[in-house]
Design a protein around this ligand. Structure first.
Ligand code: GLA
Length: 518
């Protein structure tokens, strides 16, 4: 009967039924052989990104409510603290809060298809970065070719690709915006500082204030970069002995994020001495604290002196936990497994991070990257390794900072960056980073406790062949029946007891959320 019924169906229907019944519907959605798992956002409004945001009293506030759905979307926020208001047409909340406190607001987004509501907590106190930073950084694609117009184009792309609607916020320049002493390139040469000792930008950045104004006008935030040494890693002027002046300059220019990269500070301090390791970060954060502008401080010193144990104490909002993930283009996958998985687990990095201060295993190396040989080429990570990077970063509450070419985002790469259920794990307000709970040769199980009592689970296969990976309730510290949701596919898989197993491709992952069934 079943066979006759099937025989009578037209060919195109047969193909769809086969795809479904083989459990292989993924293959219907691919971009150049790379399988896209993330479903496209629906037409109804959905509010995304962080659910909690920190600000200091008296600092200018800027937060654009991220939401997907058919445009135009209008916004309302109930319960905003005094001093803040929301522009209904674009969801930008701006103003200044003078009175410290935790303010629970209710955000509403409405379009022609319906509306969505979500609680949004604004915490006015002395802590920023209540969830990991999300954004873009110029280094791995533009390295020393970065310019003002590339930065503006990056802000444009953050909006036109829709990344802003998923919670991406920071548009950060890396190295190479200041003068390069001794350079014979006129666009890099010039006076390093003005008459007051404040740092100058080089000729490729003719109007820093204009640039950050442009970035802010889109509801985004702007980041910059320097070193406590005399020179940055790429040999440009840095902050040594001009720290006060330079921070004043960044405040004038309107920056919201500072990456402070050790580099030539080795000439000043001894990296074997803890006091020397901490000194530049204590100094810079105390200068930053004097200004009424909220600037996130990202420590970049490659994990020296177990920085995760003291990064927050010296004023860091995040700290790089290892060397450059993409220092060797061909070695990115090796670095991903070594620094992402093993350094993190062996040193129990999850114990040290939380709201206000995050482990930073470096940027998301997806899409088009520099190969350090003058070309911009696709990431050497396989599609499964790319799923692995984004999944692991979300489980360990790492900043989601994409550093590929944002102006050249293909559908697959965009799908990796914009899966709201994966981002929700990264941005979970409880702020408890995940950890490895089981390892069986190449198979690993990771988990992260989430605010609503559910857990995120990553099944990873570091081996060269597809393998079955099993999460045991005992290892996860849970019991009873669990409803299992596949987060990349945004698909419920049903209820399981005792354990859950799945095939996982080589170097790939299955990302899940388990919720207790009452
Ligand atoms: C170091 C940092 C990188 C990047 C470069 C810039 O290598 O670790 O992230 O900022 O400097 O020169």
């Amino acid at each position: 009967m079943k066979t006759n019924f099937i025989k009578s169906l037209p060919a195109f229907m047969l193909i769809s039924i086969m795809a479904f019944s083989c459990g292989n519907e993924d293959v219907r959605n691919e971009d150049n052989g790379r399988i896209i798992l993330t479903p496209k956002p629906g037409p109804k409004p959905r509010i995304n990104g962080t659910k909690i945001f920190g600000v200091r009293p008296g600092s200018p506030f800027l937060f654009k409510i991220p939401a997907t759905g058919t445009k135009p979307i209008t916004f309302e926020v109930a319960g905003l603290p005094q001093g803040l208001s929301c522009d209904p047409a674009n969801g930008m909340i701006t103003g200044v809060i003078e009175t410290p406190g935790e303010y629970k607001t209710l955000v509403k987004a409405t379009n022609s298809e319906g509306s969505a509501e979500r609680e949004f907590r604004i915490v006015c106190g002395n802590q920023l970065a209540l969830t990991p930073h999300m954004g873009w950084n110029s280094w791995y694609v533009w390295e020393n070719h970065i310019t003002d117009s590339i930065m503006r184009a990056a802000a444009d792309a953050m909006v036109s690709t829709g990344m802003i609607d998923h919670g991406y916020m920071y548009v950060n320049i890396d190295d190479c915006w200041s003068v390069k002493p001794g350079s014979d390139d006129p666009s890099l040469a010039g006076e390093p500082r003005d008459k007051d000792g404040k740092i100058n930008s080089n000729g490729r950045f003719p109007d820093m204030k204009g640039m950050t104004d442009y970035i802010h006008s889109k509801g985004l935030k702007a980041g910059t970069y320097t070193s406590p040494g005399e020179l940055t890693c790429a040999g440009h002027v840095a902050a040594y002995k001009f720290e006060e002046q330079d921070i004043a300059r960044y405040v004038e220019w309107g920056f919201d994020f500072l990456k402070y990269d050790w580099c030539s500070y080795s000439k000043v301090g001894n990296r074997e001495v803890m006091e020397d390791l901490q000194r530049p970060y204590i100094q810079i954060s105390s200068i930053m604290n004097k200004h009424k502008r909220d600037i996130i401080l990202n420590l970049c010193q490659y994990g020296m002196g177990d920085v995760w144990k003291w990064g927050k104490k010296v004023g860091g909002n995040s700290w790089r936990t290892a060397g450059d993930l993409g220092g060797s283009f061909e070695g990115i996958a090796t670095a991903l497994f070594r620094d992402g998985f093993d350094v993190y687990s062996n040193d129990s990095l999850h114990l040290y991070a939380g709201p206000g201060g995050w482990n930073d295993p470096d940027y998301l190396l997806l899409g088009y990257l520099s190969n350090w040989k003058g070309q911009t080429v696709p990431t050497p990570l396989t599609p499964d390794e790319q799923y692995t990077q984004v999944s692991l970063w979300s489980l360990v509450a790492a900043p989601l900072i994409f550093s590929g070419d944002i102006s050249r985002l293909d559908e697959f790469t965009l799908s990796l960056l914009t899966n709201d259920e994966i981002i929700e794990v990264d941005q979970d307000p409880l702020g408890k980073p995940g950890f490895r709970v089981a390892r069986n040769e190449d198979r690993e199980v990771w988990m992260r406790n989430l605010e609503d009592g559910s857990i995120a689970v990553g099944l990873f296969n570091r081996g060269e062949k597809t393998a079955e990976v099993t999460a045991e309730w005992n290892d996860l510290g849970i019991s009873g029946k669990q409803a299992v949701r596949d987060l990349w596919r945004q698909n419920d898989e049903g209820s399981f007891s005792g354990s859950y197993s799945s095939e996982v491709p080589a170097h790939g992952v299955k990302m899940l959320r388990f919720s207790s069934v009452k």
